[in-house]
Design a protein around this ligand. Sequence first.
Ligand SMILES: NC(=O)c1ccc[n+]([C@@H]2O[C@H](COP(=O)([O-])OP(=O)(O)OC[C@H]3O[C@@H](n4cnc5c(N)ncnc54)[C@H](O)[C@@H]3O)[C@@H](O)[C@H]2O)c1
Length: 347
Amino acid sequence: MKNAKIGYAVVGLGIGMAHADAAYEYDRCELVAVCDINKERLEKAAEKYEGVKLYESFDELICDSEVDIISICLPSGMHAEFAVKALEAGKHVLVEKPVDITVEAAMKIDECARRTGLKAGVIHQNRNNALMKPIKEAVDAGRLGKMVLGTFAVKWYREQHYYDNGWHGTWGMDGGGSLMNQAVHTVDLMQWLMGEVESVTSKMGIYGHDIETEDMTASVITFKSGATATFVSTTCAYPGISTEICLYGTGGSIEADADVLKTWKLTDSWDIDEEEAEMLEKYGGGNHGAEMSDPMLVSGHKSMIIDMVDAVIDGRDPQISVSEAVKSVHIVNAVYESARSGKTVTF
Ligand SMILES: NC(=O)c1ccc[n+]([C@@H]2O[C@H](COP(=O)([O-])OP(=O)(O)OC[C@H]3O[C@@H](n4cnc5c(N)ncnc54)[C@H](O)[C@@H]3O)[C@@H](O)[C@H]2O)c1
């Protein structure tokens, strides 16, 4: 398919607008169509993207022969149903996080993609934050020595009106609250950096919002490697405080807040303080705070839409597969199960 232009479509025009923006700008694809049941959102898209086709019906969108890839940007509990429909109609899919709200539903996308030979990618754009590359490289190279402890804290804030949109904070469509919706990004990073989870022991509660699910979780997580992590999430931390990602091993410590590096002390360094100063110079500024209080101010989608288009054209797998993305959904649901039962959940 080299040199062919890929036809791109987006269903769901909330965060889906970031997908549409990226597809509209990328020269290896063409934003062919957008779909939403909300007419106002469709009209806004029509004003922004010249010549784009508008669909109110997903069933009609998937019959459009000019569409090759569809970004699924619907409420989380709808992802698998719509992704499978798109795949069955011959379209590749790029699915927003979380891939779906249950492992079973998510794996239906994986099964369908394998059966149809089409590609299914998932958005976890924070893996592409500039700082994540050197952290992941340091971990993979064993520079932290034996991993001892991880501490992860997603201290965000959402006002009540965020939860009054019909699906946020519901078990049926959001699949949870602060952990499944906001902190799932950091759960993904945790398992990517620390490896396979062995068990979780958790508490959760509702404190600052009128919702069905939770706005606070706190967990102790053990890993097959023998390391332990603490993981807390909340949408009650006014006005949106931090996303702490801290790793401690026998070979040193790395601490970050979102994509802002705070500490880089690795004992195998040619000069521990000098290396830290260089790393802080490069990564100490970051893009701090954008998504902590405004869910629409997210960065990094562009990289994932480009990756998906390239994967289809070049005949390779997308960066993050369904079977990779489902790991964070598995962990989140284990946290909920442990918090409900009061027992440790073993994987
Ligand atoms: N990667 C990120 O940083 C990020 C940020 C925000 C949201 N998200 C994820 O994106 C997904 C969507 O979130 P959102 O905040 O954009 O939600 P949203 O409610 O703002 O947008 C969802 C859109 O889907 C439309 N829709 C619902 N049913 C439809 C149907 N049957 N056919 C066509 N359109 C339909 C709605 O009208 C709405 O416009 C969620 O899974 C969320 O977790 C990811």
